[in-house]
Design a protein around this ligand. Structure first.
Ligand code: SF4
Length: 214
């Protein structure tokens, strides 16, 4: 089974939920062009390697080149439509920015950078990565795939399943949805690097806006 993996914690949750037989057949596919910046991409990969080593199993890790342009190209088309922008936290800020502009000749960073809403960008991000997974499985002749998107607390599982179902029919490759209860999902493993945002530049900005209330 080829498992698309985006971080160590979610991999461990998925892996521990598998039977011995399934664990023995696991290979990891690390393709995450959404992750920003490069250092974060590297930190997550190193954490996965550390976890795999600690399991003392011969688990192959297939690492795709880091190509953030794959992600940015995918969501580029969303930018043109103002309806795709995240308006929830932006309105107050836009009013403040308008006032700032009255007093300041320089434009704020927010005027130049627009956050695409999660509802719009995430499905494209999931499909981008899952499609690469199915393609890789097809090329490697691996009959079953899964993804840590199924063990993550950040993702909409029902929507991820729908995309996986569509791709499964397209590529004629089965996908496995792990059985992970909420306690297991919420459990926090220790001893390796763990991120505090989903992965993309937008989620990083959302996190810092939440933290600093800006
Ligand atoms: S929030 Fe997560 S799933 Fe959504 S686009 Fe960003 S990295 Fe992808």
């Amino acid at each position: 089974m080829l498992i698309h993996t985006c971080c160590a914690d979610c991999f461990l949750k998925l892996y521990q939920s598998l039977s011995e037989e399934m664990q023995a057949a696991v290979q990891i596919f690390f393709y995450n062009p959404n992750i920003y910046p490069r250092e974060e991409h590297q930190a997550r990969l190193l954490a996965i390697k550390k976890v795999v080593k600690s399991l003392n199993r011969d688990i192959k890790i297939i690492v795709a080149n880091y190509q953030p342009q794959d992600y940015f190209q995918t969501i580029k088309k969303l930018k043109a439509n103002p309806e795709n922008r995240d308006s929830s936290k932006n309105r107050g800020r836009q009013n403040r920015d308008a006032k700032n502009r009255e007093n300041c000749e320089n434009k704020s960073a927010d005027d130049r950078f627009t956050i695409i809403s999660r509802q719009k960008r995430c499905p494209l991000c999931w499909e981008l990565r899952l499609r690469a997974l199915f393609e890789k499985a097809q090329a490697e002749k691996i009959p079953l795939v899964s993804s840590t998107l199924f063990s993550s607390n950040y993702q909409d599982l029902d929507k991820v399943k729908l995309i996986a179902q569509k791709l499964s029919e397209e590529y004629q490759i089965d996908f496995y949805v792990p059985k992970i209860d909420q306690a297991m999902r919420d459990h926090s493993h220790r001893g390796f690097y763990k991120q505090n945002y989903c992965g993309c530049l937008y989620s990083l900005l959302e996190k810092s806006r939440e933290k600093y209330d800006v």
